[in-house]
Design a protein around this ligand. Structure first.
Ligand SMILES: NC(=O)c1ccc[n+]([C@@H]2O[C@H](COP(=O)([O-])OP(=O)(O)OC[C@H]3O[C@@H](n4cnc5c(N)ncnc54)[C@H](O)[C@@H]3O)[C@@H](O)[C@H]2O)c1
Length: 369
């Protein structure tokens, strides 16, 4: 799958950006720019924009946006709650946000998921754009148009598919992220590498060995290129886009069960998917490579390692975690009767959609390391 079809257009020139900073521009897919965040001024007029940020990412808001136009939402997963959504809509109301305004989400995936959902439902949809500030949001969450919140402990239960007008990626923002946050972002980037094939996976291995600016930027460009091209062909997830759920069936179940960070759970979800794929005749190399990349990133690659991480935050036994994760599998919104379309990694660049009984997935969790 070759996704890197850069299509420079006149938009970046108009904003004074170099044309080759545009990764992809097309109907149904956001315009993605690599530039310094001060370019935001050209994309979102401060007079008619509302900024959504958390208490930490407020620091990234350019000074030309007045304080009273910045709506602060809770940090992390707490942003993706019905209460935070209602407070945001109320903020829009107080500011008189009209149809010709733009909502800009500046933050990680939690901020962009919430801001995109609030904007895409406000007055049946106003323009919005993102300035992703975490690696995970740069490689994945800010691209593709899935917006949403959690409900009653279930991930992304309420949401919309609506494309941001722009995604402005400023890699200098990564400097303040700790090693664990960077590694979490690499888990989603690894998913893209497995989907895309050998050369992309090699770029992930290089970045896992040395997360310097050059390797990280290469990974971000490959990730957004791949994701944008998949979404452009299948925005509503009726076919190929399902592949982007690689690692997420187990990953989301483990996230609901453990309340640990998204990237950590996706890491274990990828390792579990690769181990399950062995039962279906997959090449053992892919499973070994995934586990070794996760290890060099300092990420967990087994349920046992996730249980150990969770236990640091309070009592957690493997049995309880597995039981909660199995319940989450049965409640998966992608469930089709007793089965789930599971994304099975056979080899780098050979990933297939298989209908698997949920009971088989739950049994696998019982025996997985
Ligand atoms: N919509 C999608 O397609 C999609 C794809 C992948 C993940 N997601 C969602 O993304 C969410 C996870 O997002 P995330 O991992 O970006 O974390 P996050 O948004 O939950 O942020 C985690 C923490 O990092 C802090 N932070 C943000 N930027 C920082 C920076 N530059 N320096 C230091 N700290 C910073 C935040 O303040 C927060 O405390 C999950 O809810 C997941 O479901 C969505």
């Amino acid at each position: 799958m070759d996704a890197r079809n850069s299509k420079p257009d006149s938009i970046p020139a108009r904003f004074g950006l170099k044309a080759d900073f545009v990764i992809d521009v097309g109907s149904g897919v956001s315009s993605i720019y690599f530039a310094k965040a001060d370019k935001l001024l050209a994309l979102a007029d401060p007079e008619h924009s509302v900024i959504v940020a958390d208490s930490l990412t407020r620091a990234f808001v350019p000074a030309c946006y007045p304080d009273d136009r910045i709506l602060t939402v809770p940090k992390g997963e707490d942003a993706k709650s019905p209460e935070a959504l209602i407070r945001l809509w109320e903020g829009f109301q107080e500011l008189g946000l009209g149809r010709d305004w733009t909502v800009v989400g500046i933050g990680g995936g939690s901020v962009s998921d919430l801001a995109g959902f609030a904007a895409s439902t406000w007055m049946r949809g106003v323009n919005f754009g993102f300035v992703p500030t975490t690696l995970l949001a740069m490689v994945d969450a800010s691209v593709g148009g899935k917006n949403g919140i959690n409900l009653c402990g279930k991930k992304n239960q309420v949401g919309s598919i609506a494309q941001p007008g722009f995604v402005l990626i400023d890699t200098s923002m990564l400097a303040s992220l700790g090693p664990q946050e960077l590694a979490s972002g690499m888990a989603e980037a690894l998913k893209h590498g497995i989907l895309d094939g050998e050369s992309h996976l090699c770029a992930i291995e290089r970045a896992a060995a040395s997360m310097d600016a050059k390797n990280l930027e290469a990974v971000i460009r490959l990730s957004v290129g791949l994701k944008a091209s998949i979404v452009q062909n299948d925005e509503k997830e009726s076919g190929q886009r399902m592949l982007l759920n690689l690692g997420h069936t187990f990953g989301h179940a483990l996230e609901s069960a453990s309340s640990l960070g998204h990237g950590l759970c996706i890491a274990v979800g990828l390792a579990c998917a690769a181990r399950l794929a062995l039962d279906y005749g997959a090449d053992g190399m892919v499973s070994q490579r995934i586990c070794s990349i996760l290890t060099s990133l300092g990420l967990p690659n087994s349920i046992d390692s996730l249980v150990a991480l969770r236990a640091k935050q309070g009592t957690c036994t493997r049995a309880t975690l597995i039981q909660k994760a199995a319940s989450a599998l049965y409640a998966d919104k992608k469930r089709n009767a007793d089965n789930i379309n599971f994304i099975m990694p056979y080899a780098a660049g050979d990933v297939r959609i298989e209908s698997v009984a949920i009971s088989r997935l739950a049994q696998f969790l019982e025996r997985a390391p």
